[in-house]
Design a protein around this ligand. Structure first.
Ligand code: GDP
Length: 453
């Protein structure tokens, strides 16, 4: 995701390399790159245009000159910071709120709407899991897509998987089904009811009228539109049309784990005025994440998503491991990085799952690693053997290996690996370290915007 638009911003960073001043000329060139990459990533034309204008105005409005020898903030950093803030502004502020009803009054109603195939049923189950895990609620799932037996069956299977009751009546009246569900929720002491409403291949009046009736009758506290990021601008148009007929509270954008170009995520808030609340990043019920515009802006700019990564660590690691990981991350972000860190990072990454997704989140991998890179257990064992064949001094002082090739040969022999393999690992290490240092150089500007830094 975001490959296309990220590449544009990376080119811009390179363009500013070594420049001591922001001038109209270098800004114009940079903006041309950004404009092209945004359009290519399927960002709405008007939004691209406004974005470019705002960045230009800000970049030229502030005179930035860097003194010789001052490596703190370069004009390039400054320009990227402006882009970062504008990107965040386009998608933000963060809003992952679900409105919960006072349980004494009745259950909280969440109505899921969206086109067929957008991921509505899957997301209904994901949201139920989130309500259970994070809000300690007891949900009831409602199959209101009475026309498609397969949709009801899918919901039943998901409900069973989660241990959550499902109410559905094939061929029934959707309004009645939803209304009955409220009574059933009371009987079964469920405090959240999630309606999985019918989808169509395209928006039509019959569907909208049915949805309006459900809203009128059940008065849901939350209406979430599920949109598929893979369909780009069509997702934004769908969002716009739905939002005109129903008072949508926010979006859940699915399939952001695939090769969506990201344009929809960048455009939808600006076009509709409504936030993306959550994102779907896989087919499994746990693959739902809060949408954090800050993290997305970082990923687009190729800095990785530090906070997102932290949250993933917290979910996957024990409390102690998470605390250590956080300490390590802080140290690494201050520019220190050795082979012990390198190995720990790889090990933790292998625990976290999808390399593709992590590659996007990890600042040091951003864009520089081919798509098909895989970090399987074998690879980890090989890298571990290589690192274990280093002396403690070499592990903490990696430059020794660059200066003395004989050490590299010794390590290859000791770990029973090809010299080429060892050199490749060293190269990966150096790349990771360079990216870490680059990231820490931005520290003053970016890190203090991330809560907790
Ligand atoms: P519905 O017709 O809107 O109810 O859509 P479904 O829930 O049946 O989902 C359609 C397809 O998209 C299914 O194959 C899901 O597994 C898949 N899907 C849903 N959400 C995601 C997601 O976030 N990522 C990926 N990769 N696939 C998803």
């Amino acid at each position: 995701m975001f490959d296309v638009v990220s590449k544009g911003f990376r080119d811009v960073r390179n363009r500013f390399e070594g420049k001591r001043e922001i001038t109209e000329e270098n800004v114009e060139d940079a903006l041309k790159d950004i404009r092209m990459s945004m359009l290519e990533a399927d960002v709405n034309f008007r939004i691209t245009k406004n974005f470019i204008e705002r960045v230009k105005e800000k970049a030229l409005g502030e005179v930035v000159r860097v003194k010789a020898g001052d490596s703190e903030v370069t004009p390039g950093d400054h320009f990227i910071k402006i882009c970062h803030d504008e990107l965040e502004g386009l998608m933000g502020p963060v809003d992952t709120n679900i409105t919960f009803q006072n349980p004494r009054i009745g259950p909280t109603k969440i109505m899921m709407v969206g086109l067929q195939g957008s991921g509505k049923t899957t997301t209904t189950a994901k949201l139920a899991k989130l309500c259970i895990d994070q809000h300690k609620k007891k949900p009831l799932l409602v199959g209101a897509d009475v026309y498609r037996p397969a949709a009801i069956e899918q919901l039943r299977v998901l409900g069973q998987q989660l241990g959550v009751p499902v109410h559905a009546v094939e061929g029934g009246d959707p309004v009645q089904v939803c209304n009955d569900a409220l009574k059933i929720a009371k009987e079964q002491e469920c405090d959240v009811v999630i309606f999985d409403t019918a989808g169509r291949l395209a928006i039509d009046d019959v569907l909208m009228t049915e949805l309006e009736k459900i809203v009128e009758t059940t008065k849901p506290e939350n209406i979430f539109l599920v949109v598929d990021a893979m369909i780009g601008q069509d997702a934004v148009n769908t969002a716009h049309e739905f939002n005109q007929r129903l008072e949508i509270d926010g979006f859940i954008m699915t399939k952001l784990d695939g090769d969506a170009r990201g344009g929809a995520a960048l455009s939808i808030k600006e076009v509709t005025g409504k936030p993306i609340k959550f994102i779907g990043v896989g087919e499994k019920v746990e693959a739902l994440e809060p949408f954090r515009p800050e993290g997305f802006a970082n990923r687009i700019l190729g800095f990785g998503d530090v906070m997102g990564l932290m949250q993933k660590f917290e979910k996957t690691l024990s409390e102690e491991e998470a605390a250590n990981a956080e300490k390590d991350a802080m140290r690494m972000l201050s520019g220190e990085f050795d082979f012990n860190d390198f190995y720990n990072q790889l090990q933790q990454m292998s625990k976290l799952g999808s390399m593709q997704e992590l590659a996007e989140m990890m600042p040091f991998l951003g864009g520089s690693i081919p798509k098909d890179v895989s970090l399987d257990d074998h690879e980890l064992v090989r890298i571990r053997a290589i690192i274990q064949s280093m002396t403690p001094k070499e592990r903490t002082n990696p430059d020794l290996l660059t200066r003395q090739p004989s050490r590299v040969k010794r390590i290859a022999k000791g770990s029973a690996q090809d010299l080429k393999k060892v050199e490749q690992v060293l190269q990966q290490f150096n790349m990771m370290r360079a990216m870490m240092q680059q990231f820490s150089n931005f520290g003053g500007g970016f890190l203090n915007k991330i809560p907790g830094f």
